[in-house]
Ligand binder design. Structure first.
Ligand SMILES: Cc1cc2nc3c(=O)[nH]c(=O)nc-3n(C[C@H](O)[C@H](O)[C@H](O)COP(=O)(O)OP(=O)(O)OC[C@H]3O[C@@H](n4cnc5c(N)ncnc54)[C@H](O)[C@@H]3O)c2cc1C
Length: 445
């Protein structure tokens, strides 16, 4: 039997207590809304549905709600971004986010959390964090609000099967029990970081009601590269530019994504904010059976010609030094032998005064245009978000209601929408969750 750890607002027999706590709510709507998933989108959906007068039960498979939320923003929860708009989202149809973001966008999100007690601060690139710097405080205020409103939260309650009868949904749980409701909100997340509970079972539940799932793949994730030198440079960082290149059929490359910032070498390839940001494009190409390339620009403030001139001056000033030694002070020491080998330099121990023609150009080239084949992305365990998901063509963007199974609403990462790094994914969870909750409580299925 699942564990009801919080039933404030309900009598033990399950009926709603009418007390002062419901004064912030509209009149009881009589709808029974069941929410599958106690993540960001499910919790806000529960609050919105309850405030709109529905009787709300939230089912969460974990012993506690909000496990992933605690891990967000390195434990600080980058809960929105001042610049959140359609340009920061991807999916088969990114414009799907437009309606939800215009109904419940950044201003509404900040106001919602302020009302719950979360003061905020804005950091670089519009990232918004709670003043407390604690993701746990965001979870706490959501939990207090649900408790105060009388949302029934049932943990250790994994939904295995969902059926839709006339005007009622029947949910079968892993423990054998069933739960019924007039409306269901599917807020079960995607597949990223499955240890937090989102293992893709939301996709199976959507399929059971006839929905199509666009093949999911990990996004905001590290890249695995081809090369045998990564152990040598593991842990080394540099600030530069990373780009995903697509090989053209007529020869050459086309840049499809690029980002500047701190890039970190790992034992398998690369990580760091710019890599996570561009990883979606690499995943997309890999998914389509293509072989993307990563271009690293170690010196991104210089053209190859500038770089060549700078090297020429250095070599003139220290003619007796070997090539390897001559680069100390310009490039991280551990990276020098790797770069010289990757550049195809014949003899790294050659004195720079005796350097054969063309060698300096090779070094200038690799420092401004180092191309490495992408072998893959890291797995779901390391991904921050899921690309792909339930087809948005099958969902009404204004209400988040399913077009195939009226009375079913979907929100958050289970949908084929993913945002950039920087607070955009949580904003999507809040926007779509709030709309799903208020529509489910009031809509006519
Ligand atoms: C490490 C990490 C850091 C991140 N940092 C940020 C950040 O700072 N800012 C940002 O905007 N985004 C961030 N994200 C992304 C963001 O956390 C997610 O996009 C967002 O939490 C998705 O919310 P959701 O409610 O759709 O899904 P989830 O948060 O995944 O919640 C789904 C819930 O459903 C439950 N569930 C699943 N299946 C079932 C079932 N069958 N029955 C019952 N319950 C079920 C799960 O246990 C889970 O609790 C981060 C992600 C990760 C992994």
């Amino acid at each position: 039997m699942g564990n009801y750890y919080q039933i404030a607002g309900y009598h033990k027999n399950g009926t709603i207590m009418h007390d002062t706590r419901v004064t912030r709510m509209q009149q009881e709507s009589g709808q029974q809304v069941i929410i599958i998933g106690g993540g960001a989108s499910g919790m806000i959906a529960a609050i919105a549905a309850r405030r709109s007068g529905a009787e709300v039960t939230l089912l969460e498979r974990n012993p506690r709600i909000g496990k992933k939320l605690l891990a967000t923003g390195n434990g600080r929860c980058n809960f929105t971004n001042l610049y959140a708009d359609v340009r920061h989202y991807q999916g088969t149809n990114p414009k799907f986010v437009y309606s939800a973001l215009s109904q419940f966008g950044v201003a509404e999100t900040i106001a919602f959390f302020r009302q719950l007690g979360i003061d905020h601060k804005v950091e670089d690139c519009g990232k918004v964090f709670p003043m407390s710097d604690q993701a746990s405080s965001v979870l706490d205020v959501l939990r207090y609000e649900m408790e105060d409103l009388g949302v029934a939260v049932r943990c250790d309650a994994r939904v295995r099967e969902i059926r839709r009868g006339t005007g009622v949904f029947r949910l079968q749980l892993d423990d054998g029990s069933t739960v019924s409701g007039d409306r269901v909100i599917l807020a079960a997340g995607g597949k990223a970081m499955p240890a937090t509970g989102s293992d893709g079972s939301g996709f199976d539940l959507a399929r059971q009601l006839g929905h199509t799932v666009v093949d999911p793949f990990p996004a905001l994730v590290q890249l695995k590269l081809e090369g045998d030198f990564f152990k040598q440079v593991e842990g080394l960082k540099f600030t530069g530019t990373a780009e995903i290149l697509r090989e053209q059929s007529q020869g050459g490359f086309r840049m499809v994504a690029g980002e500047r910032g701190e890039i970190l070498f790992t034992s398998y390839g690369v990580s760091g904010p710019p890599i996570l940001q561009i990883s979606r494009k690499a995943g997309e190409l890999l998914q389509a059976g293509e072989r993307p390339w990563l271009r690293l620009v170690v010196f991104d403030a210089r053209t190859p010609d500038d770089m060549n001139r700078l090297l020429s001056e250095r070599f003139q000033n220290m003619p007796r030094k070997t090539l390897e030694i001559s680069l100390v002070g310009l490039i991280s020491k551990r990276l020098i032998p790797v770069l010289l080998r990757e550049a195809g330099v014949a003899d790294p121990r050659c004195r720079v005064a005796n350097l054969p023609g063309g060698e300096r150009e090779k070094i200038a080239g690799i420092l401004t245009d180092w191309k490495l084949p992408v072998r893959g992305t890291m797995s779901w365990q390391s991904a921050q978000v899921t690309a792909g998901g339930v087809s948005t063509a099958e969902v009404e963007p204004r209400t988040m209601e399913s077009r195939l199974a009226p009375g079913l609403y979907l929100c958050g990462e289970v949908l084929d929408i993913d945002g950039a790094c920087g607070g955009y994914n949580l904003q999507w969870a809040w926007s779509s969750g709030y709309i799903a909750g208020s529509s489910a409580a009031s809509g006519d299925a």
